[in-house]
Design a protein around this ligand. Structure first.
Ligand code: CA
Length: 417
């Protein structure tokens, strides 16, 4: 048996191909620009032969490997997408205002009643239809934009690039397993460059473990059947810890004297938050399920923006996509589809921060002894907690929100030392 069925080609054209695109090299793999040019594929072929041998040993049928991987080449578009974070991070306020649009709300309100399987899906998984429609809207525009890229080729490219090799190989093997099982053909395995497929954008491993038949025809077809895709999303949220009958979040109003340092901190019952001065923005009383559910305070834009008490179901949405902004988008879209009004506290106007600004702020916090972790330009929980500690030390409201003003103050303090 030959373990190396894929011939390595020559490297002609690499230098020219690499000249045009200013893309950062990935940590372990070749430069994404190396993907350009029909013949600059040596690293890809080397990876492919290695993967082929391991997949074969791991049980993927030889006939499937030979048929699906023969003649495969890297997709240069994947390398462009995978090359790293953009220079400017989109502020959460702009993102949410784009997500929660009037046309999406109107379409979603029609889908709430037109999809006849919703009562059965809600009864089985306990996830309200509006949350599922919110995910469906965000993932594929209600099924209209599922992505038309060849999943096998995209995952092979990601694996060969190396930055997320183990993950991509696992998903590639799962995709080949779907084909081998006959549940979907190669032609059907279309989706996004990152391997997400169908109306609710499942990666292959999630399809295998979690997709379900929602329309009762005996097949799991997340590409052509909206009920299948929506029931599968409900199953994913259920597995992710969705709690039946509880809210995902409630907007609250905080007094100006509030201790903003409590944001992203303790998980306490709504009554505890009320004792600290928080009030539900809609003026309604807490229902029984919410009153007994621990909640965390979230200030996505700091003290000048809307405040939320977020419940376990916010985290369940994040099993789908582990982003605070994504979960806010899904939840707020769902609330509007269910008939809720706009937020009582409007989104503030935010200034997009450059990568340099974000890294400068992290470096300053590090120099000042507040340990935000290795500066990487990603303003995650570690950076926000570090910023809160510095704000407290300075007697500032400790909302953990990195504004241009905070960056200027941090830099000034470092310069003054
Ligand atoms: Ca079905």
């Amino acid at each position: 048996m030959s373990a190396y069925p894929f011939a390595r080609r020559t490297l002609i054209g690499l230098a020219l191909a690499g000249a045009a695109l200013p893309i950062a090299a990935s940590a372990q793999g070749p430069k994404p620009a190396d993907l350009l040019g029909a013949t600059g594929e040596a690293y890809f072929t080397d990876w492919l032969n290695d993967y082929y041998a391991r997949a074969l040993a791991g049980g993927t049928p030889k006939a499937v490997l030979d048929r699906e991987l023969s003649g495969i080449s890297p997709d240069p578009r994947v390398g462009l997408h995978d090359a790293g974070q953009p220079e400017f991070a989109r502020p959460v306020s702009a993102y949410i205002q784009g997500v929660v649009s009037a046309d999406r709300i109107a379409i979603g309100q029609k889908k709430r009643v037109s999809i006849t399987q919703f009562p059965a899906i809600e009864a089985r998984y306990g996830v309200p239809r509006e949350i599922l429609i919110g995910i469906w809207a965000m993932e594929s525009g209600f099924g209209a934009q599922q992505g038309d890229m060849d999943i096998i080729r995209c995952l092979a490219t990601l694996a060969a690039l190396g930055r997320r090799r183990a993950w991509a190989e696992g998903e590639l093997t799962a995709a080949l397993k779907i084909i081998a099982s006959g549940e979907a053909s190669r032609a059907q395995l279309k989706g996004s460059w990152a391997g997400a497929m169908g109306q609710t954008q499942f990666i292959p491993s999630a399809f295998l473990s979690t997709a379900v038949d929602g329309d009762g025809d005996g097949k799991r077809d997340i590409w052509n059947s909206a009920p299948d895709a929506l029931a599968s999303a409900a199953n994913l949220l259920d597995k992710g810890g969705w709690r039946r009958g509880e809210a995902w979040a409630r907007e609250v109003i905080l007094p100006r004297t509030f201790d903003y340092g409590l944001a992203e901190g303790p998980k306490e019952l709504p009554g505890w938050w009320e004792s600290k001065g928080a009030r539900r923005a809609d003026g309604q009383a807490w229902n029984k399920a919410d009153a007994d559910a621990p909640a965390q305070l979230l200030l996505p834009c700091g003290l000048n923006g809307p405040a939320f008490l977020i419940f376990q179901n916010h985290l369940a949405i994040r099993t789908y996509n582990n982003s605070v902004a994504y979960a806010l988008g899904v939840g707020l879209l769902a609330d509007r589809m269910a008939g809720g009004g706009p937020l009582k506290t409007p989104w503030p106007k935010e200034t997009p921060l450059s990568l340099t600004d974000r890294m400068d702020a992290q470096t300053a916090l590090q120099k000042l002894g507040f340990n935000p972790g290795q500066p990487d330009g990603v303003i995650g929980l570690g950076t926000r907690q570090s910023l809160r500690a510095w704000q407290k030390a300075k007697g500032l409201p400790a909302d953990g929100y990195l504004s241009p003003d905070m960056i200027a103050r941090l830099k000034a303090e470092v310069a003054g030392k």
